[in-house]
Design a protein around this ligand. Structure first.
Ligand code: KIV
Ligand code: ZN
Length: 390
């Protein structure tokens, strides 16, 4: 079981290989899944949700092999609320040093209509299935899917039943990304205050990004008392995706002054896994994506480039090396100024006086007006022209 006596430690539960892989078109091969799981384990992810073993033979094999190879992380598999799913899940995860069964059922009025169960029938089903999982495994996570659209009294009732049946982690999914930060905090806080037995379990937050609030909602839930964040690399996931691991981890690191919680993630491994997940899933990372986008540490405008050259803290709140990037970049474009051009010329081995810089700068601006980005080869060509016309 994963527990920690440190009240401020937040567990990171990565579901790239389960919820992330569920994104249309994001399927990964068996070998790619093993590779990503190894990278997650290596970077300090506390719990890896490796797949949904009943979903397919391939998913079962991947979860089993990830479990067999796991080093430090808890290996978790997903199962619906029935014995067959749970047994299959256990068959796959039991090979891990630290196995976990995660079982869920949709508890909101809309989702209750799918299996067509009354509130009482669903409550019985939760009791039976969580007890069954707990008889197999001492680490059991239970999720009321669509929790944030479930009636409050019923949510409290089913969470209490799951705890009594032996769940050790209660995950509160915002399945359709409907919640807002204050509400996310209040839901977790309210459950901890009102549900008997709540202090014996860990509360988790699992947010989707339909309204672009997944990171804010996850951090708010932690403020409300959640001590496990469920997330994926690059925010990969159904529809608009899940909470992005790199965002919550770096937010907690950079703003530790106002969010006094910490994770066990080695943040210097973020960039490598982001790139690998993008490649194997075939999902490009948007250029301006927080933390891992191509432009996250790039500065084009003259004022920013000048400020960066004087002191990177002028325009960067974290060091590129904190996330495993060698250096920031100052791409040259039409907004760039003389300071960045001089800096570029120096890195290319040119020492220019003020007059020559003035001349090259005029030619550079002319070129930059015609091109989106001016590359090293362009600068070398400009210098050749400048030197021959001297
Ligand atoms: O979003 C969701 O509700 C889920 C559950 C299966 C936890 O992914
Ligand atoms: Zn989800």
């Amino acid at each position: 079981m994963t527990n920690t006596s440190d009240q401020n430690r937040v567990l990171i539960f990565d579901t790239t290989l389960r919820d992330g892989e569920q994104s249309p078109g994001a399927t990964m091969t068996h070998e790619e899944k093993l590779e990503i799981a190894e990278m997650l384990d290596d970077m300090g992810v506390d719990i890896i949700e490796a797949g949904f073993p009943i979903a397919s033979e391939g998913d079962f094999r991947a979860v089993k092999e990830i479990a067999e190879r796991s080093k430090n992380s808890v290996i978790c598999g997903l199962s619906r609320a029935n014995f067959k799913d749970i047994d299959r899940c256990w068959e796959a995860v039991k090979h891990a040093g630290k196995p976990r069964i995660h079982t869920f059922i949709g508890t909101s009025p809309l989702h209750r209509q799918i299996p067509n169960l009354t509130q009482d029938e669903m409550a019985d089903r939760i009791h039976e299935t969580v007890s069954h999982a707990r008889n197999l495994c001492e680490d059991v996570q239970w999720s009321p899917m669509d929790a944030t659209r479930t009636e409050w009294d019923y949510l409290c009732r089913v969470v209490e039943i799951a705890i009594k049946a032996g769940a050790t982690t209660i995950n509160i999914p915002d399945t359709v990304g409907y919640s807002a930060p204050e509400e996310s905090a209040n839901i977790i806080r309210g459950l901890i205050e009102q549900v008997p037995g709540a202090s014996d379990v860990i509360f988790a937050t699992h947010c989707h990004n339909d309204l672009g609030m997944a990171t804010a909602n996850s951090l708010a839930a932690v403020a409300g008392g959640a001590r496990q964040i469920e997330c994926t690399i690059n925010g990969l996931g159904e529809r608009a995706g899940n909470t992005a691991l790199e965002e919550v981890v770096m937010a907690l690191k950079v703003r530790h002054d106002i969010m006094p919680w910490s994770t066990g993630i080695d943040t210097t491994k973020i960039m490598a896994i982001s790139r690998r997940v993008s490649t194997v899933s075939g999902f490009p990372v948007q250029f301006n994506k927080a933390i891992v986008g191509k432009n996250a540490f790039a500065h084009e405008s003259g004022i920013h480039q000048d400020g960066m050259l004087k002191n990177p803290e002028n325009f960067e709140i974290m060091k590129p090396s904190d996330v495993g990037l060698a250096a920031s970049s100052l791409p040259l474009g039409k907004h760039s100024g003389r300071a960045a051009l001089r800096d570029k010329l120096e890195t290319l081995g040119f020492e220019v006086g003020d007059n020559q810089l003035k001349d090259v700068f005029v030619r550079f601006k002319d070129l930059a007006d015609r091109k989106k980005e001016v590359f090293d080869d362009d600068i070398l060509a400009l210098m050749r022209v400048s030197e021959t016309t001297d």
